[in-house]
Write a protein that binds this ligand. Structure first.
Ligand code: ADP
Length: 543
């Protein structure tokens, strides 16, 4: 027997109506490039998002067209987040930290018809403009109207000329595409992930859940995670759905600028990758009493493993609550969040920290299994396998790509490439990405576990551990570290420091000091470059 409930499609445009009806007064704050602050209310935001939809339709945009953005986190970008899907088109955020050749490859592969670009990024666009097959370029400026190169359109002029009363939502089905992001290409050519209206609405609802990101009307939210990194983890959609205040930092992402905004705007929730929080931790340590961060309840960290020492330091030295989450472009991105549940309320401080450093438990509706040799491994916290996921906001295939079919199993799961253990309470711990794992004498060494421990050493600010070829063991770990000390710790000192935590054969065979660990376009350690840099590195033969 079929249930008798309405077949109501889950699409994004009704979120604009809801925001207008319920939260019109709520603020959206942007820090402009010149550091001045722009403020307006959700009512203005909804009006302008609809104007954008009308302006795009007037330019000939129709359902399913891909419209790209190349921009920092600011209110116009937020309008594009809603205005583009509200026109029935597909929001495609381009990653401005990629090489220009990669950006043009991705824009052309996606078939982007229009690009909305920040005026501050016109010099970047200039480097690949001629390779693009787009029809229009629309320039978003945060200050005075810039002198625009011929043929480019001014965002503000388009909006001023558009009549929001002419907006009528397109007839959308929930399975229609709403947005797309490309993977960063760490596992081959960049591949497009195409989100549906339905997946985005469900994902936005999930983020709002109390045991996930707890985004609600009283939230004041600052995304350090860029709007070009998996849609800023989907959080802007959740904030508009729930009526949260948004504080958008623009292009000033240095620790002092972020801390200032966190304090001035009474931010309650913020999100970013570990490298951002490591630099903010250092800044707060140097300026312990400078900022009043008493409103800050939740610092979400994800995208790469958060070292336990960092989680602990924020709490013990600054009273701040860092919560670890895991996800991928292919999972919208939210997969899991590591909150300590009531089941562990009597756990010791060390046990709680160990749990918080894990990647956590899956969001509702997301299923997981860890596979080894075609079998799901038991949830015992020690057996490891490749994490596979499925759920309503997990990709089922890549956009228009010959590649990547191997990531989707015949029985309907997505293979993440992450090697994990799952404990009996369902907490996932990522031991490594499959390609970063170090295989010594046929056994796995977790580079993440070593890095996390190394970053707890008082003299080490950053650490990445990579595999180096070895005549006997095939691969052995090399620790590449950044230190603030004039005399860096020696290999012997580092091994002694790590000894209590690891089997002897896990300890690095060599240490190299560098000025900075190379970063990916989304701020993670770029081990592929380190591997190139240390290619052919000679390790002594050990027993
Ligand atoms: P890429 O890293 O290829 O740019 P994504 O941004 O989609 O692509 O990153 C997804 C990957 O990031 C995951 O497969 C996982 O390896 C890593 N990752 C994400 N969150 C965490 C976390 N909390 N701890 C460890 N690794 C993480």
């Amino acid at each position: 027997m079929r249930g008798l409930m309405m077949d109501y499609p889950l699409t994004l445009p009704p979120l604009l109506d809801r925001a207008e009806q319920l939260f019109g007064y709520r603020e959206i704050v942007t820090r402009r490039p010149d550091r001045s602050v722009h403020r307006y209310q959700i009512a203005d935001f909804v009006d302008r998002s609809r104007r954008l939809a009308v302006a795009l339709q007037d330019l000939g945009v129709t359902r399913g067209d891909r419209i790209a953005t190349l921009g920092w986190n600011h209110q116009q970008h937020l309008e594009a987040y809603f205005g583009i899907p509200a026109a029935g088109a597909v929001l495609h955020t381009l990653n401005l930290r990629l090489h220009p050749d990669d950006i043009s490859y991705i824009a052309n592969h996606a078939g982007d018809r229009i690009i909305l670009v920040d005026d501050t990024l016109l010099p970047l666009l200039e480097r690949f403009h001629s390779a693009l097959s787009t029809e229009h370029i629309i320039v978003m400026s945060q200050g005075d109207k810039p002198e625009l190169p011929r043929g480019m359109l001014d965002y503000e002029e388009l909006l001023a000329a558009a009549d929001p009363a002419r907006y009528s939502p397109p007839l959308l089905q929930e399975q229609d595409a709403a947005a797309m992001c490309y993977t960063s290409g760490t596992t081959g050519m960049p591949k497009g992930v195409l989100y549906s209206h339905r997946s985005m609405v469900l994902h936005a609802m999930a983020l709002a859940m109390a045991d996930l990101f707890a985004i609600g009307e009283s939230t004041s939210y600052l995304p350090v995670v860029p709007m070009f990194h998996v849609n800023s983890w989907g959080t802007p959609f959740s904030c508009v759905m729930m009526g949260a205040k948004q504080v958008l930092p623009g292009l000033n992402l240095d620790p002092a600028s972020i801390c200032e905004l966190l304090a001035q705007e009474n931010v309650t929730t913020t999100a970013g990758v570990p490298t951002i929080w490591l630099s903010i931790l250092e800044h707060l340590d140097e300026n312990p009493d400078k900022y009043d961060l008493s409103a800050l309840e939740l610092m979400l960290v994800g995208g790469a493993a958060a070292p336990p020492s960092m989680i602990e330091a924020f709490e013990s030295r600054h009273g701040l609550n860092v919560v670890h989450a895991w996800g991928m472009t292919e999972t919208s991105p939210l997969g899991s969040v590591s909150h300590v549940g009531p089941h562990h309320e009597n756990a010791s401080a060390d046990e709680r920290l160990a749990l918080r450093a894990k990647q956590g438990r899956m969001a509702p509706l997301v299923e997981i299994r860890a596979m080894n040799d075609g079998e799901a491994v038991p949830w015992n916290g020690t057996s490891s396998g490749e994490l596979e996921v499925r759920g309503p906001w997990v990709a089922s295939e890549y956009f228009d790509s010959e590649q990547g079919a191997e990531f989707f199993t015949d029985d309907g799961w997505f293979r993440t490439g992450d090697i994990v253990t799952i404990d009996s309470d369902g907490y996932i711990e990522i031991r490594d990405r499959a390609k970063d794992v170090i295989k010594s004498g046929g056994e796995w060494i977790s580079s993440i576990a070593l890095e996390n421990a190394l970053m707890g050493h008082p003299s080490i600010t950053e650490a990445a551990v990579i595999a180096i070829r070895h005549p006997k063991w095939i691969e052995r770990p090399l620790a590449v570290i950044v230190t603030g000390d004039a005399t860096p710790p020696t290999l012997a000192e580092i091994r002694t420091y790590l000894e209590p935590y690891f089997a002897a054969w896990w300890l690095p065979d060599a240490v190299e000091v560098v000025d900075q660990i190379p970063r990916t376009s989304t701020g993670k350690f770029k081990k592929r470059d380190l591997r190139k840099q240390f290619d052919g590195y000679q390790l002594p033969e050990t027993d």
